[in-house]
Design a protein around this ligand. Sequence first.
Ligand code: SAH
Ligand code: SF4
Ligand code: F3S
Length: 475
Amino acid sequence: MPAPKYFLTSYGCQMNKLDSELVESKLRQRGYEAAAEEGAADVVLLNTCSVRQHAEDRVWSKLGKLRVRKRTEPGLVVGVLGCMAQEHKRYLLSRMPHVDLVVGPSAFGDIDTTVEAARSRNQEIAAEREPARTKHQVAGAGVVAVDQGVSGDTIRRDVRVRPHRSQAFVSVMRGCNMPCTYCIVPTTRGEEVSRPIADLVEESQRLCDDGVTEITLLGQTVNAYGRDLTGQNATLANLLRALHAIPSLRRLAFITSHPNFLGPDLVTAMAELPKVARYLHLPAQSGSNAVLKAMRRGYTVERYLARIEQLRQQAPDVELHSDFIVGYPGETAADFDATVQFVRTVGFAQSYVFKYSPRPGTLAADLPDDVPEAEKERRNAVLLAVQSELTLAKNQALVGQTVEVLVEGESKVAGRLSGRTAHHRLVHFAATDQDLIGQYMPVRVTEALAHSCVGELLAHDAAQEGRHDPAEALS
Ligand code: SAH
Ligand code: SF4
Ligand code: F3S
């Protein structure tokens, strides 16, 4: 019998992607194989996100298509995993009979058993019914729902299953305890639960033994890591120091940080530890104190600036990245102008900009969504243009310099590879040698674009020249 095939799509953040890796590893251990395309899969899994309406809409539309497909393929297993499974469990279970499993984040421990159970049941249904009749009878076939409890349990990881040989994510905590009024994440992911330092060192060591050289630690408020672990000295700074000691590790990054928890110990760790990435993702969300207060972010513009000032003094090479929400309820044109000014004052190297999207059940959802869509669109475009200008200027400053990139893979342009610097800048360069992927290479930047740089590979040239070195030929 051929191995059953699954097709899994991630719709969410890095944490969602890491969860997908863990689910895949479970399924592979169970004998499943990845399908080359969705149409060839026996099991289609959607690992979903609820953070904005757009993310959910993509999944609802995909579920509509799968409903049609299932009319002719009753044996197909359809699973909704992740944050929408948590958020819309009832609706999915009662109104979407073509969905066989609904599994919230952190309930992935026995996902392979659940998938297998759904598959044998659907196969029986498919075998018993003639295709012409299944259309009407699949409805109500019974749904497997898995415990939605959000726990801190983590699956012991099969470190061999990961998309990149040299890069890996490690989840240091789950959940979020912050009160941001617009955000659904605390509802879908539950309370903050940190993993002990010893576990994280062990997992990271296993990853590094298997060839990983760059680790990115994940947490919704990663720099609040450890505050639920009393008496263990578990802070992000201490965790960075512990992981820094792994000899074969070369880069250590962490996302996402919250301005309220950027303390002197983390600043000192970033200044002292050379393997730590030279960027800090520290979302500000707005540059207006009125909006920050309405969002319950817990800091002011002045406090944000004071915190980063310490970082700039001790670790001046660290660049700042941010997220912004435009069109939050009540955001005036003056509030928005303050955000534009703030972006320029800080000089972020990169920002993600999102149009406010009301999330049912959040505090902000009770407020009138009073910034018209066209105005949200305009603010979004203005802020992105300002950020692009800043990013371009930073990229231009790199022209002529040599940077070290970790080669990640093929670039969209044929004949080029691309990689990232320790500052997380994307650099494309002419090369086709696949063996370079996963290696750290020197690249001289020759051209700056709005979102990336173009450069030339140096070691490659040196190797070519070396071969024709007349001195070598003489010896
Ligand atoms: N924990 C991280 C990121 C959470 S979600 C943090 O606190 O920064 C990623 C980003 O989505 C957020 O930073 C925010 O900018 C955006 N976001 C969250 N909820 C949103 C909403 N309802 N509408 C629009 N953007 C939202
Ligand atoms: Fe959402 Fe705020 Fe938590 Fe980030 S810190 S995940 S924005 S509640
Ligand atoms: Fe989305 Fe859930 Fe991540 S809501 S942003 S997938 S934590």
